[in-house]
Design a binder for this molecule. Structure first.
Ligand SMILES: O=C1O[C@H](COP(=O)(O)O)[C@@H](O)[C@H](O)[C@H]1O
Length: 248
């Protein structure tokens, strides 16, 4: 586990954009392609916009990048809540990404069918290779959820890498999410977290005693690779950084 702490949200975005480019180019050089699972919600929009900007657009051969989603809301793909729609507008359209490089969750199906189909698509993509994304990008909710692994939900108990339909009783909604075993098989995992509303959750996930039911993000740590947290000062405010391996 590695921490990168920056003063401002813009600096965090810049830092994780550079990390994305380095990780993508290393994967393309080593294996000829880069598979990435994107995060949703509000935090990564600026990252996607920066990657699609003139500063970064030419830094990666985007024809060799394959996009997946760590989680998706159970809404149509043109719904403002859709993680796919956000990535489409901020990243895919500006970079002219080919549809064959984009693996969106089919939310026209029932949640269970959508999850099963997505798991099959992922298995098919990796074929006879190890089912291991080059990079999984993650966010952190104020309640310490990541992807759609929410406190006190069934998917937290999975032990086999897969995609699950996860019911959130408090909100009475379904989400489709990669489970922790699948995420942890990734070669690299990067959390992007900024803003003071996240400070408590960051502290619980990184420094508190293990309590997976309350703080599901504690489940996440790459087994064979690297887990890196990109934080701003506000999100890191409650950390005792001296006890952690932090680079500022
Ligand atoms: O619901 C979700 O929330 C988390 C965190 O989102 P944020 O809006 O607080 O940045 C996100 O990582 C996840 O993909 C998303 O579906």
């Amino acid at each position: 586990m590695k921490l990168n702490i920056f003063q401002t949200p813009d600096e965090v975005i810049e830092g994780i954009a550079q990390y994305f480019v380095e990780t993508a180019n290393a994967a393309i050089q080593a294996r000829g392609k880069f598979s990435v699972a994107l995060s949703g919600g509000s935090s990564p929009k600026k990252l996607y916009e920066l990657l699609a900007s003139t500063t970064y657009a030419d830094s990666i051969d985007w024809t060799k990048v394959y996009f997946f989603f760590g989680d998706e809301r159970n809404v149509p793909q043109n719904d403002p809540e859709s993680n796919y729609l956000m990535a489409k507008n901020a990243l895919f359209l500006p970079l002219y990404i080919e549809p064959s490089n984009i693996f969106a969750v089919d939310t026209s199906l029932t949640p269970n069918e959508a999850a099963q189909k997505y798991a099959e698509q992922i298995a098919e993509f990796f074929d006879d290779e190890e089912m291991s994304f080059d990079l999984v990008l993650l966010g952190l909710g104020d309640d310490a959820h990541t992807a759609s692994l929410f406190p006190h939900t069934e998917a937290l108990h999975d032990v086999t890498p897969s995609v699950k339909a996860n019911f959130l009783p408090n909100k009475n909604i379904w989400r489709i999410t990669m489970n922790a075993p699948l995420i942890n098989d990734a070669k690299n995992i990067a959390f992007l977290v900024y803003g003071e509303s996240k400070a408590e959750a960051v502290h619980h996930c990184l420094e508190d005693e293990e309590n997976i039911e309350e703080y599901p993000s504690q489940l996440i740590d790459s087994i064979a690779g690297e887990t890196v947290w990109f934080l701003d000062d506000a999100a890191a405010a409650n950390l005792d950084v001296d006890d952690l391996d932090a680079e500022e």
